[in-house]
Design a protein around this ligand. Sequence first.
Ligand SMILES: CC(C)(COP(=O)(O)OP(=O)(O)OC[C@H]1O[C@@H](n2cnc3c(N)ncnc32)[C@H](O)[C@@H]1OP(=O)(O)O)[C@@H](O)C(=O)NCCC(=O)NCCS
Length: 126
Amino acid sequence: MVSRVRRVKIGIDITHLDDFEQFDEASVDLVFTRAEWADVDGDPNHLARKAGRFAAKEAVLKVLGCGLGDISLVDIEILSAENGEPRVRLSGRALEWFQTLSLDQLELSISHHREYAVAVAVATPK
Ligand SMILES: CC(C)(COP(=O)(O)OP(=O)(O)OC[C@H]1O[C@@H](n2cnc3c(N)ncnc32)[C@H](O)[C@@H]1OP(=O)(O)O)[C@@H](O)C(=O)NCCC(=O)NCCS
């Protein structure tokens, strides 16, 4: 039984850029929304940016205490604000879960260096 969370929740994930080298069309639609893909594909740094967004989605899953079978990754959308800061928008089951846990703010930080990207997600309770 899921009950409200009364503490700050943290999630972290690390990904290897190579995993995004041969990302086929079918996989794209399972992982990224059209807006996310448009945000990073074509960027000279696109592999790092895709890997960073994937890490961020998995970090959010850790915050929610869910696995990939429970929530679709496209229900965790990560887009860049004008200043480059990553912003996350939940929908579908991810949003329902977030609300069931009574979480409030959800913030992300992403970093990439050479062959790895990492992300941290933090959520505060209501
Ligand atoms: C934030 C910053 C220092 C990171 O640079 P870096 O160490 O070279 O790069 P990292 O790999 O560690 O981090 C890159 C990620 O930082 C995040 N990021 C970028 N700008 C950010 C900002 N303003 N705030 C928070 N995170 C930011 C992004 O998620 C980016 O990855 P993405 O492009 O794939 O989404 C750099 O992007 C920067 O200087 N941005 C401008 C900051 C700014 O707003 N300056 C004006 C007021 S002081």
